[in-house]
Design a binder for this molecule. Structure first.
Ligand SMILES: C[S@@+](CC[C@H](N)C(=O)[O-])C[C@H]1O[C@@H](n2cnc3c(N)ncnc32)[C@H](O)[C@@H]1O
Ligand code: SF4
Length: 452
């Protein structure tokens, strides 16, 4: 296994989208094409499945040095109100375009730290969204919270607004690791917000953990998983640490590269965590996620209705996902668009009455076919060849998979390709064989984190 890990641990995408962001068209997408794709998608799908909203709330009080998210560090809470006003103006721009009141299937507040915002402001935000929209018959509302900055009042307010699912960033419980990543939080603090959530009535609580962080050892991971299992969250994201200092700059230089576990040590930490989670009754979902069998994500996996988008894995698939807030990515299925990545540029465009997008991509017919295959593999670990690829492309993909076949990681039949259990950890490498954009534009510089 160590040989395979060494062989396949190469830079590669995480496939929260296809094409992946670095391979979007350099010319971007025209505003007209973006708007048309949103309206088309809305007309096709809103009655049957509703739409999803991702709202990016970027502020955090202090910087965690491992963090690869789009955030703005500040202790000044006066930033909250003007930001919310802008997000609601952006929402107005979309609602004006759609013509008809949208029905919302899912809202997710991501960050940054959504619980940086006061209860009153979170209420203003969600009430503002529903001034122009209704809930779809199945409605889910989730948010990310920092255990050190989530109060009972916030938990209650968000519950009263309809949220039944939240997730907390834990990362690791070991004091040495916590110090290195500048993210100190005690088990007692996590226990407090977790148990409060349960008492209030949240139905699904998720914990984010990361393997591959500086100074992690077998013992520290055992302890982190032991503490996690003591609280039995319904879902666990067990992310591979993405070390991307060339994108995120000095924020990630609070520790040395030598402090990070090496390839096979890192993978061992995943396998160890996975084993301990299996023993505790969790099921593995796609890549790097676990859920209790009672959770909707496990059920969606069983019925093969699970979906993956920029929010990660979700049980609530919609064709149209609108991303509001700075840096958010929207997905109309036919096209992607990303918002300006600084609060200032984002605000300036919205205040001019423009959708604040700065780049995007209109999918070609081939992109749409490949997208479906990659989604099938990431979600269900299999895909059927009947999904529209011509024979030449199919044969080229099979050629690229030869080594993976020889290593007994996948099975290919006349109709489909199936990832074997041993192949699951190489899923990003398997998807790369389908990634025509990556193959046509071999990147010259490092743009992705390592696959393992
Ligand atoms: C945007 S954060 C939001 C959570 C909240 N701000 C907090 O820190 O508790 C979402 C999750 O992304 C994950 N994450 C952030 N940077 C990462 C990185 N470089 N590699 C892997 N996972 C990362 C962390 O597990 C984090 O909890
Ligand atoms: S991990 Fe969470 S709290 Fe820390 S900087 Fe990133 S978004 Fe902010």
């Amino acid at each position: 296994m160590n040989n395979l890990i060494q062989k396949y641990n190469i830079p590669g995408p995480r496939y929260t989208s296809y094409p992946t962001v670095p391979f979007w068209d350099k010319e971007g997408i025209s505003m007209k094409n973006w708007k048309n794709s949103v309206v088309k998608s809305f007309k096709e799908s809103s009655d049957s499945e509703g739409i999803s909203l991702y709202i990016h709330l970027p502020f955090c009080e202090s910087l965690c040095t491992f963090c690869a998210c789009h955030k703005r560090i500040t202790k000044r809470h006066t930033v909250e109100e003007p930001y919310l006003v802008t997000v609601l103006k952006e929402w107005d721009l979309y609602c004006d375009m759609l013509g008809e009141r949208p029905k919302i299937r899912e809202i997710h507040l991501g960050g940054g730290t959504p619980t940086f915002f006061s209860s009153e402001n979170l209420k203003i935000l969600i009430d503002g969204i529903f001034k122009r929209a209704d809930k779809f018959k199945y409605f889910e509302f989730s948010y990310e919270g920092h255990p050190n900055h989530t109060s009972e009042e916030q938990l209650q307010t968000l519950y009263d607004l309809g949220s039944r699912r939240n997730s907390f960033g834990i990362q690791d419980y070991d004091p040495k690791v916590q110090k290195a990543i500048h993210r100190v939080q005690s088990f007692d603090q996590v226990k407090k917000v977790h148990e409060l959530s349960k008492q209030i009535g949240y139905e699904s609580i998720s914990h984010d953990l990361i393997f591959g962080l500086p100074f992690q050892t077998e013992e520290s991971i055992r302890n982190t998983i032991k503490n996690t299992i003591a609280l039995m969250p319904d879902r666990i994201a067990y992310y591979s640490y993405a070390h991307v200092p060339w994108i995120k700059g000095v924020g990630q230089r609070g520790f040395d590269e030598n402090d990070l576990p090496k390839d096979h040590e890192k993978r061992y930490l995943y396998e160890l965590g996975k084993q301990l989670l299996f023993e505790a009754g969790y099921k593995e979902i796609g890549m790097d996620h676990f859920a209790l069998p009672t959770d909707s994500l496990s059920k969606a996996m069983e019925s093969k209705s699970i979906h993956r988008n920029f929010m990660g894995y979700t049980a609530g698939k919609t064709q149209l996902m609108i991303g509001l807030g700075m840096s958010s990515i929207s997905d109309s299925w036919y096209a992607f668009a990303q918002n300006e990545k600084s609060v200032e540029a984002y605000t300036e465009k919205v205040n001019k009455g423009e959708l604040p997008i700065f780049r995007g991509h209109l999918l070609s017919n081939t992109d749409l076919i490949v997208r479906k295959h990659i989604l099938n593999l990431m979600c269900n670990l299999e895909t059927e060849w009947t999904n529209g690829l011509n024979d030449q492309t199919k044969n080229e993909i099979i050629d690229r998979l030869q080594e993976i076949i020889a290593d007994d990681l996948i099975e290919i039949s006349e109709n489909k390709i199936t990832v074997k259990e041993e192949g699951r950890m190489f899923i990003r490498n398997i998807c790369m064989a389908f990634d025509l954009r990556l193959i046509d534009n071999k990147p010259e510089t490092r743009i992705f984190s390592m696959t393992i």
